[in-house]
Design a protein around this ligand. Sequence first.
Ligand code: C5P
Length: 230
Amino acid sequence: NNYWVIVPAAGSGKRMGADKPKQYLPLNGKSLIAHTLENVRQWPGVKGVVVAIAVDDTEFKTLHCAQDPRIHTVTGGAERADSVLAALNYLSERQPAQTPVLVHDAARPLVNTDDIQKLLAASPIALLAQPASDTVKQSRECEDKSIVQQTLPRAQIWLAQTPQKAPLGLLREVLQKGLQENPAAITDEASALELAGHSPELVAACRSNFKVTHPADLILAEALINYRAS
Ligand code: C5P
């Protein structure tokens, strides 16, 4: 294994409704992003990490893990995909195009190492995902209401997580192209790869790898961190 990790951490976290970006909210005395980076640093075989931070970020450099020479930073962009692309541009000047890259959200502190091992052993283009446990409805707007358009066959529904893995050069190319052609459709790395005709492998992962998004997610993440430490 000889791969790099990109951590987009330049979001504002509006859905959290807090007074600072969610990646800096405290979880058991440490910020959310510090938990995530401490987790990433012990993944087997990780060569380096590029973190995309907001242009006005003043907090990142105060983190203990920011002193790790394997951790680099770049300035992120307006959307998650722009932040990831900034990190890919940085990396492509320093690493060969075939270098495997794992993109992992700063807001997912609880991914477990077994799932990382499974992802590393999977196809070169792959992502962690969770088979749906709820029935999923596709909606359409009708007057001022949302109504069911159809029920999707649940056995084929997966919820995409991160990390998402692809070779550096390919990921940079498809993300650039996707952002030019259909930016609204690029909500993760896999969607850009799919638009370019690739079929990423889905690797079933643990539900605890959820993205901390709403206030209740912080409580759950804190409880799981305490449970793992006990
Ligand atoms: O907002 P959301 O939860 O989808 O963000 C997922 C990840 O992408 C977060 O870690 C967030 O910091 C990051 N992000 C980013 N640049 C943006 C928006 C989000 O790096 N412009």
